[in-house]
Design a protein around this ligand. Structure first.
Ligand code: IPE
Ligand code: IPE
Ligand code: MG
Length: 253
């Protein structure tokens, strides 16, 4: 019998990552392999989003960030951008009840103001409806780019200095973190990228300083809960040293 409970998988509940971030890549190639339009790949990909969000919640992950649309993705053909925005709206509307039922909070990181009005409206409604939910924080990265995020943070800090609310000596790493879209969230413990590409593509570059990285060859529409669990097992076997020496070799004796 297949069960959804974490008790049935061999994960260590003590070291479940607090924050998992995923670069959901490979929708286009998934469609191409099937001689289908790229949009079909995005449609299938949005079904995977549902499966993986549910799995993250069941596995006790506190925050999941999904890279859904980058600042660079605006340069794709108009019809693809339009289809992606439509799918996004559809996802937010259709998932609202499930998010509420499963105690999941929706949050957006990125340039929300650049999204079409109708999408923004649905985002506002769902964010407001789910704002007290605390089982899982679902961050959708939309019109998100690390360089834009850092540039915006620098501008906000500069403005505060101009207004004499801050002095240059007040600029610390924490202050910078607190001016990013991810303020008050833990840094991602684990970043997964699907479709076998070995790059960050402008994703969480500040926050990824000590993230563990896992590249999967699976195309996003084919990504599954089972693979996520395998990746988490791999993560739990790693030695996160944060620049120090490994625990087992830390004594001088
Ligand atoms: C990821 O899949 C979805 C977005 C970037 C919006 P792609 O559309 O990048 O798929 P590939 O990389 O072309 O296969
Ligand atoms: C990264 O994928 C962005 C998202 C998954 C939303 P891309 O497909 O846009 O990245 P590149 O172009 O391969 O680097
Ligand atoms: Mg891609």
């Amino acid at each position: 019998m297949k069960s959804n409970s974490i008790k049935d998988v061999t994960l260590n509940p003590e070291t479940i990552p607090s924050h998992v971030a995923i670069i959901m890549d490979g929708n286009g190639r998934w469609a191409k392999k099937r001689l289908m339009n790229r949009v079909k790949g995005h449609e299938q990909g949005s079904k995977t989003v549902r499966t993986i969000v549910t799995a993250c919640r069941e596995l006790g992950i506190g925050t999941v960030t999904l890279y859904a649309f980058s600042t660079e993705n605006w340069a794709r053909p108009k019809h693809e951008v339009k289809a992606l925005m439509m799918l996004l709206k559809k996802f937010i509307v259709s998932e609202k009840e499930t998010l509420l039922k499963h105690n999941i909070q929706l949050n957006i990181i990125g340039q929300v103001y650049k999204l079409p009005e109708d999408v923004k409206k649905e985002i506002d409604i769902t964010m407001e409806a789910t704002r007290n939910n605390d089982k899982l924080l679902l961050n959708l990265a939309l019109s998100y780019g690390s360089r834009e995020e850092i540039t915006t943070a620098v501008k906000k800090i500069a403005k505060k200095i101009e207004l004499k609310e801050l002095a240059p000596k007040d600029i610390t790493q924490d202050l910078i973190s607190n001016h990013l879209y991810t303020k008050s969230m833990p840094d991602p413990d684990l970043i997964i990228r699907t479709s076998g590409e070995y790059r960050l593509s402008n994703f969480l570059m500040w926050q990824a300083a000590y993230s563990e990285i896992y590249i999967s060859d699976t195309l996003w529409p084919d990504f599954s809960k089972e693979e996520l669990i395998d990746i988490l097992k791999n993560y739990q076997e790693r030695d996160r040293r944060f620049g120090k020496v490994a625990c087992s070799t830390s004594s001088d004796g």
